[in-house]
Write a protein of this length. Structure first.
Length: 279
């Protein structure tokens, strides 16, 4: 059994530290996929976007000929000024198609939006939420198209449980990673695609103290925010200004309609692009 994980810091395991680095939900899940030892390769890289998954991680993953492959990606796309739902849909479609054509079981997930997780003010959080909803709609549609084992992780009650999250409020802590692993295993077991013992939901290590969390936020956390703000903040402020203008005019619904139309157009374009191959 070969399991290959693609994605960003969530799949890399950020928030679930072990002695030699990060572990994370994918590593926890790997041991429960089969009764015999599982060959697990984690290709996920912190900060990765759908472009990196398509151009760098997918060729490496295909070369490993996995039986199971996870592709959990998209949040970093929403945090960039280059966000384009058409490009996201096209890239994910190519990635999903490549692995399912090879016969792998595909794992996907929709995720909560980073604005609400960070507790940003409404005018800043709403544009990010709208982007993440767009990505999630694309992931839902393409997961259904390719028969993926899909985890609905965007609106579940577990995301409001502070104990599930690390100090940065964007990545799960050990309990959160275990929750993802347990839920993925349950879905795979229901589909007769996991024969091993389910991961334990109970944490192995103590929850970081408040002082340790504050230290992280003052060091690595500050650096993370600075890197993201350099790229995102100017555009996010423009998006917030646009949001406030529409609220004053009472036309906020137009922003949602515009985003929904963009998703529909992106998925339609992907479907049209597939037709010649299908013929």
């Amino acid at each position: 059994m070969r399991f290959v994980a693609l994605g960003d810091s969530l799949t890399e395991g950020v928030g679930d530290p072990v002695a030699d680095g990060w572990r994370g939900w994918a590593a926890l899940l790997a041991g429960g996929l089969a009764e015999e030892p599982v060959e697990f390769t984690n290709l996920a890289v912190s900060g990765a976007q759908t472009r990196e998954v398509l151009e760098q991680q997918t060729p490496a993953g295909l070369a490993l000929k996995p039986d199971v492959v996870s592709v959990v990606i998209g949040v970093n796309d929403t945090l960039r000024c280059t966000f384009d739902i058409h490009a996201v849909a096209e890239r994910l479609d190519k990635v999903y198609a490549a692995f399912t054509k090879q016969g792998a079981t595909l794992l996907t997930a929709c995720l909560p939006d980073p604005g609400s997780m960070l507790g940003l003010p409404g005018s800043l959080a709403r544009p990010l939420a709208r982007r993440q909803r767009a990505v999630n709609r694309v992931v839902h549609a393409l997961s259904d198209r390719y028969g993926a084992v899909h985890l609905h992780a965007a609106e579940e009650a577990w995301i409001t449980d502070r104990a599930m999250w690390s100090a940065d409020r964007l990545h799960p802590g050990e309990q959160g990673h275990r929750q993802l692993a347990v839920r993925f295993h349950s879905l795979l077991a229901e589909a007769d695609r996991a024969a091993g013992i389910a991961p334990s939901p109970e944490p192995e290590f103590p929850v970081p103290t408040r002082s340790a969390s504050l230290l992280w936020l003052a060091t690595a956390g500050t650096a993370w925010v600075a890197r993201r703000c350099t790229d995102l903040l100017p555009q996010l402020l423009r998006l917030a200004a646009d949001e406030m203008r529409h609220r004053v005019r009472g036309t906020s619904a137009r922003l949602d309609l515009r985003a929904a139309a963009a998703v529909s157009a992106a998925l339609a374009a992907v479907s049209v692009a597939e037709q010649p191959d299908a013929a």
